[in-house]
Design a protein around this ligand. Structure first.
Ligand SMILES: [Zn+2]
Length: 264
């Protein structure tokens, strides 16, 4: 495991300058060539509160994706990795008002990539309806729809273009820096055991490569959920990343909102 060092950050800046000569993508903030988004799924109560606290320590906005009906009594757990108390919209509104991003992660965590299109559409509509009614200021057209299991198919993706701003599904962790018209974001995830080592290795690899937007789908903290990250590790990681000149840790919306600063 290679630690993120000052030296690798400098090497990254070198690569970034060369890449920028091609004018492919221009970072909104000069020198910020490597954007990192950790995208937290499933909305466990304790983990979400702690994640938000850790992000706030560094002035950052966490991206928390929640299952629209998970807080309701009749909710059926999709599998054993959901067996922890989840937050409700009172908590989501509170975290949002503190600057965090709260986004949909399905109505009941069904695998939308495997369902007939009409069934998948119905579940997405139910999910977006609950968000519209319960999350302050929520507008579907500004939403990031985070597919459960990162599972989708072309039909449901195409239909979602008429509904939400962007989707997050499975694929390469490194996305292009934000550009107008970007709709399909891809990410990796890891589990079911602790992800600290995997996450660190993937971030180190990303920082050694060309500019881009790295999206890693995380879940709960410590003992909660599928593929949890340790809270102590997360705290140290954000601290270290904050010290790298070429790196910026952003929520999905924060990153997308840089587009207006980049292009005329
Ligand atoms: Zn999930």
């Amino acid at each position: 495991m290679k630690p993120i060092t000052r030296r690798s950050a400098l090497a990254t800046i070198g690569l970034g300058s060369a890449y920028l000569m091609t004018r492919a993508f221009v970072p909104a903030k000069p020198g910020k060539t490597h954007i990192i988004t950790l995208s937290y799924d499933d909305g466990f109560e304790k983990s979400s509160i702690r994640t938000a606290e850790i992000y706030e320590k560094y002035g950052l906005s966490a991206a928390i994706n929640v299952i629209a009906s998970a807080h309701e009594k009749q909710f059926e757990l999709p599998n054993e990795y959901h067996a922890w108390p989840v937050g409700d919209f009172k908590l989501w509104n509170d975290l949002q008002s503190r600057g965090h991003e709260i986004m949909p992660h399905g109505y009941n965590h069904s695998n939308l990539g495997e369902l007939p299109l009409e069934d998948a559409q119905q579940l997405v509509n139910k999910c977006l309806d609950i968000f519209s009614r319960q999350l302050d200021g929520f507008k579907a057209e500004n939403a990031v729809f985070n597919f459960p299991y990162n599972a989708s198919n072309k039909e449901i993706e195409d239909w979602l273009k008429t509904k939400v701003r962007v989707i997050r599904t499975g694929g390469p962790a490194v996305n292009p820096l934000p550009f107008r018209g970007q709709f399909r974001l891809t990410c990796i995830s890891h589990g079911p055991e602790n992800i600290d080592r995997h996450l660190e290795e993937q971030i180190n690899q990303f920082l050694e490569g060309p500019p881009g937007w790295f999206i890693y789908n995380t879940h709960g903290l410590d003992e909660e959920g599928w593929g949890p990250v340790s809270s102590v590790f997360l705290d140290e990681l954000l601290d270290r990343l904050g010290g790298l000149e070429s790196v910026e840790v952003l929520s999905v919306t924060q990153c997308l909102n840089q587009i207006k600063n980049i292009l005329p």
